[in-house]
Design a binder for this molecule. Structure first.
Ligand SMILES: Nc1ncnc2c1ncn2[C@@H]1O[C@H](COP(=O)(O)OP(=O)(O)OP(=O)(O)O)[C@@H](O)[C@H]1O
Length: 463
C-alpha cells in the first residue's frame, strides 16, 4: 500500500492518514523522490511543521536535488510574501506576546465604551483563542463569522448573538497592529498568502506539494499551499489526528482538499513501536480525558518487538534525576536515547546534570533534529520531539503539577481542552520509542497517566 501511494498519479489531491510510526514521513520523502524523478523534472515542495523536522527529513532523504525544496510553513509563507515585496524586513510579524498586548488594549477600549456589556469582561485568553480561530479559518467578515459552525472548542460557550463583540475586538486588534505597520501574525499569515495567490497569475513555482505532520496545519495554511501548487500538479497531505498537539483542533476537512481525486488512504501498521508500546499508546488514547476524532487511525498490526514500558515511582525529584542519569550512563554509548521534558526549563535542568558528569546531550530545537540511528542522548520538549524516533525514550516528571502543566491548566480557557492536549503530548512521547519506554514521577502520579493499563510495569525506584 505504501508503494501504491508513492506512485499515485502526479495529479490531483491525496490524503494519507496513518497511525504513529506507519511510515508517513517515509512515504512523504519517497513520494517526493518519485515526483522529482519524473521525466519533466518537476519542482517539488515538501512542507513540514518545524525546523527540527525539516532537518530530520533532509538528513533522512540524503537528497541533494535542485528540484526538491524541504521547508517549514513559515519559511514558505515569508518567502512568498517577500518575493512579492510584501514582507517588511524588520518586525513585520506580530509575536504572540505583542498580540496579547494589542488584544488587551482593544478589550480595554471596548470595556470603557460599553461598560454594561458583560462579554467584554470575559478573560483575554478567550478572545485570543477566538481571534486565532477566526484567522486560522480565514474568516474575513462578520457575516462569515456569524454563519460558520464553530468547531474545535471543547467547553467554552460563546453565544452566536455575542459573536459580534468578538469580531469587534478582532477588528480593533487589526487596527492597532496596522498602526504599528505590522501586517501579519503567525496565525493569519496564511490567509494573506492565500489572498495574494488568488490574484497572482504567474506560473506557480511548485508543480507538486507534499505536507507532512499536516494535522497541525490550520485550514488556511493548507488552502494556501493548495493555491501555491500548479493546477496540473499534485497535492499530498499526510497526518495523524491523534498527534494534533498544537491545540487548534481544526480539521483538514475544512481545507479545501478534494478527497475525490485520489481518495483517503489509511495506514494502520505501526513499523516503529514494539507491540506492547503500541498497546500502551492505545490505552492513552482510551482515556476519559481524550477528545475523540473520527479521523483517528488506531494501529492494528505491529512489526517490532520490545520490552514492556515501565513506570517508576520516586519519593523525591533528586532520586528521580539520579536514576535517569544512571540509565543514560548505561545506554549512551550503545543506543539512541531521548529524555522528553514538559518544558524548556526541565530540558536545561537535565542538560546541566548530564554535563556535570561529562555527557553532552543534543538539545532538539529549531536548529537541531534527533536521530534513531545515532548513539547518544538527546533532550527535547514534548512539542519538539514530534515526528522523531529513538531506541530508548525517557519521560520523567509525570507528576501532578508538572504534567499536566500546572500553570497552563490554571490559566486555561477550557480545562477539558488542556487536559486532552496534554494527554496527546504523552501519546506523542510514548510513540517515539523503537524499543524502551521508561516513564517516571515523584510524589503523586499525573491524573493523565493510564494507570489501569495492563501494558506497563510499575516499580518503586531507589527510594
Ligand atoms: N514498509 C516499511 N518497512 C519497514 N520499516 C518501515 C516501513 N515504513 C516505515 N518504516 C519505518 O518505520 C519508522 C516510522 O516511520 P515514519 O517515521 O515514516 O512514520 P510516521 O508515520 O511519520 O510516524 P509519526 O507520525 O509517529 O512521526 C521508521 O523507522 C521507518 O523507517
Amino acid at each position: 500500500m505504501q508503494k501504491e501511494v508513492l506512485a499515485l498519479p502526479a495529479k490531483g489531491h491525496t490524503v494519507i492518514l496513518g497511525t504513529a510510526g506507519s511510515g508517513k514521513t517515509t512515504m512523504a520523502l519517497w513520494r517526493a523522490i518519485f515526483l522529482t524523478n519524473l521525466p519533466t523534472h518537476p519542482n517539488v515542495l515538501v512542507v513540514t511543521f518545524n525546523m527540527a523536522l525539516v532537518k530530520y527529513m533532509r538528513a533522512m532523504g540524503n537528497l541533494n536535488k535542485k528540484n526538491l525544496t524541504i521547508e517549514n510553513y513559515h519559511k514558505f509563507a515569508r518567502g512568498y510574501l517577500d518575493n512579492l515585496g510584501k514582507m517588511p524586513k524588520w518586525n513585520g510579524v506580530v509575536n504572540p506576546d505583542d498580540k496579547e498586548y494589542y488584544i488587551n488594549e482593544a478589550l480595554e477600549y471596548y470595556r470603557c465604551r460599553f461598560p454594561e456589556e458583560s462579554t467584554f469582561r470575559r478573560p483575554v485568553s478567550i478572545f485570543i483563542d477566538e481571534i486565532s480561530f477566526i484567522q486560522k479559518f480565514g474568516i474575513e467578515t462578520l457575516e462569515q463569522y456569524l454563519d460558520v459552525e464553530r468547531i474545535g472548542r471543547a467547553s467554552v460557550n460563546i453565544k452566536r448573538e455575542n459573536r459580534k463583540y468578538f469580531f469587534a475586538i478582532y477588528k480593533e486588534y487589526m487596527r492597532l497592529r496596522e498602526q504599528k505597520q505590522q501586517s501579519y501574525d503567525w496565525d493569519d499569515m496564511a490567509l494573506y498568502v492565500y489572498k495574494e495567490l488568488q490574484n497572482d497569475i504567474r506560473k506557480r513555482r511548485y508543480d507538486h506539494v507534499i505536507v507532512d505532520e499536516g494535522q497541525d496545519f490550520s485550514p488556511m495554511m493548507v488552502k494556501s499551499l493548495i493555491a501555491a501548487t500548479n493546477v496540473n500538479g499534485s497535492f499530498t497531505f499526510l497526518g495523524d489526528v491523534a498527534q494534533q498537539i498544537y491545540g487548534s483542533r481544526l480539521s483538514w476537512r475544512d481545507s479545501g482538499i478534494n478527497i475525490n481525486d485520489n481518495g483517503i488512504w489509511k495506514f494502520d501498521v505501526n513499523y516503529r513501536n514494539p507491540a506492547i508500546i503500541s498497546a500502551f499508546a492505545k490505552d492513552i488514547a482510551n482515556s476519559k480525558y481524550w477528545e475523540h476524532n473520527t479521523d483517528m487511525i488506531s494501529p492494528t498490526s505491529v512489526i517490532a518487538e520490545g520490552p514492556k514500558p515501565v513506570l517508576i515511582q520516586f519519593k523525591t525529584r533528586e532520586k528521580e534525576v539520579d536514576w535517569i542519569i544512571k540509565m543514560i550512563r548505561a545506554n549512551v554509548n550503545i543506543s539512541s536515547n531521548v529524555i522528553i521534558c514538559r518544558n524548556r526549563a526541565i530540558v536545561d535542568e537535565f542538560f546541566k546534570v548530564l554535563k556535570r558528569i561529562g555527557i553532552f546531550p543534543t538539545i532538539i530545537d529549531r536548529n537541531q533534529a534527533g536521530f534513531g540511528n545515532i548513539k547518544g542522548v538527546c533532550l527535547s520538549t514534548f512539542h519538539a520531539v514530534k515526528g522523531l524516533e529513538f531506541e530508548n525514550v525517557f519521560v520523567p516528571y509525570l507528576s501532578e503539577g508538572i504534567f499536566p502543566d500546572g500553570e497552563i491548566l490554571e490559566n486555561a480557557v477550557s480545562k477539558t481542552t488542556v487536559l486532552s492536549d496534554e494527554l496527546k503530548l504523552l501519546y506523542v512521547a510514548a510513540t517515539r520509542s523503537k524499543y524502551g519506554l521508561f516513564m517516571s514521577y515523584h510524589q503523586s502520579l499525573s491524573r493523565l497517566f493510564p494507570e489501569k493499563s495492563i501494558n506497563y510495569d510499575s516499580a518503586e525506584g531507589d527510594n
